[in-house]
Write a protein that binds this ligand. Sequence first.
Ligand code: ATP
Ligand code: MG
Length: 593
Amino acid sequence: MSHPRQYIDEDKVKSLMTLRQLFWRLWPYMSRYKGSVYTIVAMVLVFTALGRVMPYLFGYAVDNGVAVKDMSIVVKIAIAYFLCEMTRVTLGLLHTFRMEKLGNRVLFDLRETLINHVQRLPTQYFDRNPTGRIVTRVTNDVLSLGDLFNQGFTAIFVCTLEMVAISVAMLLLSPVLTAWTLALAPLAAYLSIKVSQRARFYFSETKKKMAQQNAFTAESLNGMKVLQLFAQTHTRQNRFGELSNDYKEAQLNTVRQFALLWPIIGFFNVVTVASALLFCSLYQESLGLTIGQITTFLLLVQSFYQPIRTLLERYNQFQNSLAGADRIFTLLSEPTESEAGQMISVGDIEFKDLSFRYSPQDQYALSNVNMKIERGQSVALVGRTGSGKSTFISLLQKLYPISEGAIEISGVPLHDISILSLRRQLGVVQQDPFIFKGTLLSNITLHDESMSEERAKIALLRVGGGKILNRSDAGMKMRIEERGSNLSVGEKQILSFARVLAHDPKILILDEATANVDSESEKIIQSATDEVMKNRTCIVVAHRLSTIVKCDKIVVLDKSKIVEVGRHEELLAKDGLYAKYYNAGLAQNDLTI
Ligand code: ATP
Ligand code: MG
């Protein structure tokens, strides 16, 4: 059954994380590959330094070669330049490659950590967060973080270094000339920042619109059957058109802002180079610079805006990666289920003054429950829809924390029992069993390597799964499609019974399906139920009279309270709520309430 879920608005686009914070959060993952990191840093340093050598070489060639007509110097410089550039290109290639490699390793580790973490999150987390969002964290967000590695980090590092290197080189040549030529730089910076802030706004709008469009598409696809049956596909189509248009507009706005950025940078670049040229020719004497030095200076000025441009170009992508990283680390900081606690061996189960509601605003789903289930006893839970049966068994599985009262197993409160120990002793057959894509075998063993194929097969046969087994030559290796789409409802039930039987839990929790199956399958499921209930403590949310009658104890729930407890005959004799249900459902062997 589904409940209105409260989704947390986590798909925020703007990141609260700065690049520096991100770096420190990523550092533990990178520091495993420290050697690589240091090599990359060293390569980038040399790469940048070599890039600044070129203007000096040219300047030197002009003064000592061209001016005095000494060709041997010019040739030497040309060779030096050639070697310099070749080394630089090689280093550029190497450091990009190594960075990608490092990035991929880190992402691999991060993905593993994420999946590991997600599997240990408490059930409530999955109530609050749609699957699609969690999948996005592990795939898309990790990918966008990957972009940061592949282009981002090196770009930031290289560009910052270049800016510093160019400024220092210029200052060394002539502080006065540098001051003159860069007088307009603050204005350029101001304008670029303004424009890129606007671009950032539109960019986050684009992301938001895209998220809306994706969510809408996903929902439409999931509900396609319903929409087609009710001939309502066209209404969705219109809505999709609107969303798609919003997205397009936002995207265009972003592009416009970016388009503005280039002319701004270009303009300042031209003005700076031109003014440098002008100053140099006007004041060459008073500046005390040689022609060669002027050449060097002009070449330096000319490349001054290049790194700024690259940085701004990548800016949005940084934002994107940051937002992705933010979401990843938010997910990683979600508290997992504690694995601490005692190991237990199962004895009696006792509910003591247990009251429970899903959230403080909700009504009590269970109130004042007091009861004892002795070891080996079977208990049937009976009651109307919404009376609290599923809640009862969820609490026993420790799916939700208990705040009022307690459940004790062998005298130990559930709170103090290690979740792993508890789950090893519990077997659950759900109303709507989940079937994985894989084989018959893997669906029974759930990839537990310690379980033999023989054991899985015996379990399947014991619950009457011979028919499924005979359906194909592959035997236990028979392929099962996603969500068991090549199995009938009854067969899925059988398979989930086999799963429980093979794992042989001390306590069985059974949420009986109410789905109608034909009478032959009904018989098979009945005997399968009997088979799995043998020799263990069982708590059954029962709908079948045949199951209920056999139980040692029937607990009747009504409006979150226990109203009657007893055996079948006792309760009939009492002529209360149970008797009423029984009489109503007597015609069929079905007490579906
Ligand atoms: P059914 O026979 O239909 O399965 P049930 O007896 O199992 O019903 P529960 O699922 O235990 O009923 O629900 C008891 C009450 O708790 C209901 O009012 C239900 O709406 C509410 N409830 C159940 N699960 C949640 C949840 N995850 N969040 C909020 N409320 C819930
Ligand atoms: Mg239920």
